[in-house]
Design a protein around this ligand. Structure first.
Ligand code: IPE
Ligand code: IPE
Ligand code: MG
Length: 294
């Protein structure tokens, strides 16, 4: 039987889920699952037991998300900083991850796992990829933009999270999805991760709903500003071209418009070419890392 689908909501949980679902729902929720060791200490069990219950809690939380119609979940399971913990703890976490994630990922198409991840590493890697694109002549320096950086992140196939939840009472992001959460609702809850409940999740969603219109407004105005900046960059590019031709003052608006369209189409073409090359580069890297035996 499936690990995630087994067990349905109780009647009262289902009733509340239906009420919550009448409001705007987050489509993508991210979790910083924190507090496993404090939970183990509180319950006088081994640290590894705390981590194990943390993984089981993830399976249960995914079931709630599924029931609430949340289609995408991203979890922070292990940060690069976590390698600094004792060898025994890191080995134990690796074992658990191997066992539990292979089972979870078999059943899931909506779970993204950030493992051995930090956001600053992800962002600097994206910047390096764009620099590589310019170096290879695939991109013009003026193609480098926030929207291109979005496409170079590991999360490029997912929309930004609408809601980010951190448990255990810590009020920091610990280098998780720093770029992707600038317009997300951030909810910090004091419950330790292995004790997370359906009601904690509902409370976080209610906070999202209470802030929904402000979040939406901020996101829309950011996107509008981004479009405006891109247009300005394209116009500057056209002006430079006309200047080179010595025809700035003579250029009529129709010629300007057609140059602008051409410049936008060429930029799109360069970006698509670069993204394809990047995909191949990443596939080659993964192939070298874990070769598929013939
Ligand atoms: C989160 O719980 C799990 C991982 C970081 C792998 P912790 O292990 O950080 O537990 P606390 O926060 O010390 O209680
Ligand atoms: C953040 O938790 C990483 C994960 C939950 C996987 P930590 O417990 O490692 O973070 P800090 O050290 O409290 O910032
Ligand atoms: Mg912690």
């Amino acid at each position: 039987m499936s690990w995630i689908r087994e067990g349905e909501l109780t009647i009262i949980e289902r009733f509340c889920a239906n009420i919550i679902k009448a409001g705007p729902m987050p489509k993508h929720v991210a979790f910083i699952m924190d507090g496993n060791r404090r939970y183990a200490q509180k319950c006088h069990v081994e640290r590894q037991q705390g981590h194990s219950q943390g993984f089981d809690k993830l399976a249960q939380t995914l079931r709630w998300c599924l029931n609430l119609g949340i289609r995408e979940v991203t979890v922070y399971a292990f940060s690069i900083e976590n390698f600094k913990r004792s060898k025994e703890e890191v080995d134990g976490l690796m074992d658990l991850a191997r066992q539990k994630f292979s089972r979870l990922l078999e059943e899931q198409c909506f779970l993204n796992v950030c493992f051995a991840y930090t956001s600053r590493h992800e962002i600097s890697n994206a910047v390096r990829e764009m620099a590589w694109g310019v170096e290879q002549g695939l991109l013009e320096p003026s193609d480098v933009s926030e929207s291109l950086l979005d496409k170079c992140l590991y999360t490029n196939n997912s929309p930004d999270p609408d809601l980010l939840i951190r448990t255990s009472g810590e009020v920091r992001l610990s280098d998780f999805l720093l770029w992707q959460t600038s317009h997300s609702c951030l909810v910090f809850q004091s419950v330790l991760w292995p004790e997370y409940s359906f009601w904690n999740l509902c409370e976080a969603i209610l906070q999202f709903q209470m802030n929904y219109s402000a979040l939406q407004k901020a996101r829309d105005s950011y996107l509008e500003e981004r479009r405006r900046q891109q247009l300005e960059r394209d116009q500057a590019y056209v002006n430079k071209k006309l200047q080179q031709e010595g025809s700035v003052s003579r250029a009529d608006s129709r010629r300007r418009r057609s140059l602008l369209q051409k410049c936008t189409a060429l930029r799109e073409e360069r970006i698509q070419g670069f993204l394809q090359a990047l995909e191949h580069k990443r596939a080659d890297f993964l192939e070298r890392l874990c070769p598929v035996s013939a």
